[in-house]
Every structure is written in C-alpha cells, then in structure tokens.
Design a protein around this ligand. Structure first.
Ligand SMILES: N[C@@H](CCC(=O)N[C@@H](CS)C(=O)NCC(=O)O)C(=O)O
Length: 324
C-alpha cells in the first residue's frame, strides 16, 4: 500500500508516528458533484450533468465507504445507468489492483488498467495523495468527479431521479439537521472509530478509540430501543451510512481491529435493525463478505503478518428481523 507523490507511486504504510500512535484519515481530493442540470454542487466545479451511461464507479466490495455508494446504486435503481469496476480485495504494495483472480473482482471494465492509481494519474498526471475507493469517473470529460463517498451518495440520492423515475429520498429536507448530528457521531465513534482502534499503534490511542466504539454502540442500541431508525420512523442516509460497518463488525472488526467486548449479534436492538436494513429491497446484492474478510486480514500486514484468514462465525443475515 502506498500513495502517489507528483504522479509517482511510493509504497509506504500509514504514518502514525507524528500523531502519538493515532490513525488520522486524510481528506478526499476530488469534490465535484453530478447534478441534474450540470450546475455546480456544494463544492468543486460544474459541468457534470446526470446522464445515463456517462459515469463509471470504481469500488472495492471490501471497503465500507465504497459500500455506501453500492447500496445507493442498488436502492436508487442506478445499476443500468452507472456501470462499475470492482478491484481485487488484496491491497498490497501496489495499492488497489485490477487483478481478476478472485471471484467478483472484475478488472478495469472501462480502461483496462492494472492499478487503480492509473485512474488517478489519468485525471491529474502529477497528482499527490492516497489512491482510495470509491472513485466516480466521468467518461465524457475524462476525469474524476469525486472520490468522497459521503458526497457520491448524496448525488445518487437525487441527481438521477429524472432518468430513473425513482424519487425515494433518503436525505429529506426536514430531517437533514438530525441526519448530520447522527452522521457525525456514527462516523467518529463507529465507521472511522473501528479503524482508529484497529490501526492504533499505542495502547492509549487504542483505548481511547475502542471506548469510543463501545460508547457509540451503546448509544445506538438505546436509540433503537425507542425508535425504528436512527432519525425516527423513516430510513435515511444516517441508516445507510451505518450498515456497511455493522456488516463488517463480527467477521472483521471484532477480531482484526480488536473491538471485541461484544459482537453485533449480542445487541437486542442493533442486530435486528441491521438485518432489516440488509433485507431491504436489493441491498443484499451489494454484500460480499468474502471480499471484506479477505481484504482486511490479508492486506494489513502490520496487524496480521502471517496473513492467516480466520474461520469466523456463521451469521444468518436472512433470519427474519421481526420489526414490522
Ligand atoms: N473519504 C473517503 C475514504 C475512502 C477510503 O479511505 N477508502 C479506503 C478503503 S476502505 C482506501 O481506499 N484506502 C486506501 C489508502 O488509504 O491508501 C470516502 O469516504 O470516500
């Protein structure tokens, strides 16, 4: 794993020395928005109008951030309008690759590249930064629209409604403030919290992070004992941003990231809630446990140097959720 500096690949692991053992995630670099009329979105520049077949989404089935975008592509009926390439689950010295020797890894369906970093240097030849998934590519302008999942899902939520006819809204105006509050807490304490625990290289950084994860799970458990979804009685973006981390919790984060006080299946409310989201419409078609079990255990040499893939519990996500 590494990063690009002035367009050249350098193989190095995350630097936690300057932050007292803490893992700090860097910000995404491409922040443009696809909009219905091509006008500029909240950040970046305009010129990215929603059109069927114009955009290509690069994802990993292992990555929880990319998973959000796949969930939206499924529930907003965008599959026929935005095609995808799926990277290989192993992220080693070349970063994400388009090797196809793993079921579900498609190779680069658009450009035929070997490495995801080539998509980044196609956009900006002398680019510096991490090479992350997801990436939303514009075939017409030949550049990256966005590599920030939280923004890609907001584009998918509404920009293509005129094309798909699907007007389901997971970011309703009246709940936006509540959604932001939940998102902030879930991101820091859970989505990114598990990474802070897992990638910590000092006991104190781990202790702080893992307690944040436990506190957040307790808070979610309590909230879901009183209401059906995170912001009330409607499924919103806040719920979809939580699900990818819940899916990975027992098979990956519990053991590999040392978040092992309790399993997801031990929570009386959180576990049926997670199953309900998994069973919603076609969400299950986006879930590839083989990719995330393989990715984390095989790629993170600093945590699992012998690359042994654990046997893991057998969990029935199709068990009726009983929340009707
Ligand atoms: N801000 C990004 C974060 C994406 C991200 O960190 N993706 C991980 C995979 S789970 C990645 O590609 N990491 C490669 C790296 O950091 O070099 C988003 O939410 O879209």
């Amino acid at each position: 794993m590494g990063q690009l500096i002035d367009g050249v690949w350098h193989d190095n692991w995350y630097d936690t020395k300057s932050t007292g053992g803490k893992f700090v995630r860097s910000n995404a670099g491409f922040r443009n928005w696809v909009t219905a009329d091509g006008s500029a979105g909240p950040s970046g520049e305009g010129g990215f109008k929603s059109e069927s077949g114009r955009y290509h989404l690069y994802v990993s089935y292992a990555c929880p951030w990319a998973h959000r975008t796949l969930i939206y592509r499924a529930i907003k009926e965008l599959e026929g309008h935005i095609d995808i390439s799926v990277v290989h689950p192993d992220m080693l010295s070349d970063g994400w690759t388009f090797s196809t020797d793993f079921p579900g890894a498609t190779g680069d369906m658009l450009k035929g590249h070997d490495f995801l970093r080539q998509v980044y240097t196609d956009a900006v030849p002398d680019i510096s930064g991490r090479v992350t998934v997801p990436v939303l590519w514009d075939k017409e302008r030949g550049t990256i629209v966005s590599n920030e999942s939280s923004e890609i899902i907001r584009m998918f939520n509404s920009a293509f409604d005129g094309i798909t006819g699907n007007t389901d809204d997971y970011w309703p105006e009246d709940l936006r403030q509540d959604i932001e509050v939940v998102n902030e807490r879930v991101y820091n304490g859970f989505n990114n919290g598990v990474y802070k625990a897992g990638f910590a290289t000092s006991q104190s950084a781990y202790d702080e992070a893992v307690h944040g994860v436990l506190d957040t799970m307790d808070w979610l458990e309590d909230l879901l004992s009183r209401q059906r979804y995170l912001t009330g009685e409607r499924i919103t973006e806040a719920d979809w941003r939580l699900l990818p981390t819940l899916l990975r919790f027992d098979p990956v984060y519990h053991l590999h990231f040392k978040c092992n006080r309790r399993r997801l299946i031990d929570y009386a409310n959180l576990w049926p809630y997670a199953r309900e989201l998994y069973q919603f419409l076609n969400v299950r078609s986006t879930v590839y446990p083989e990719h995330y079990v393989r990715h984390y255990h095989y790629s993170h040499e600093t945590i699992n140097p012998n690359r042994i893939i654990p046997i893991n519990p057998i969990i029935d996500w199709d068990e009726p959720h009983g929340r009707d």
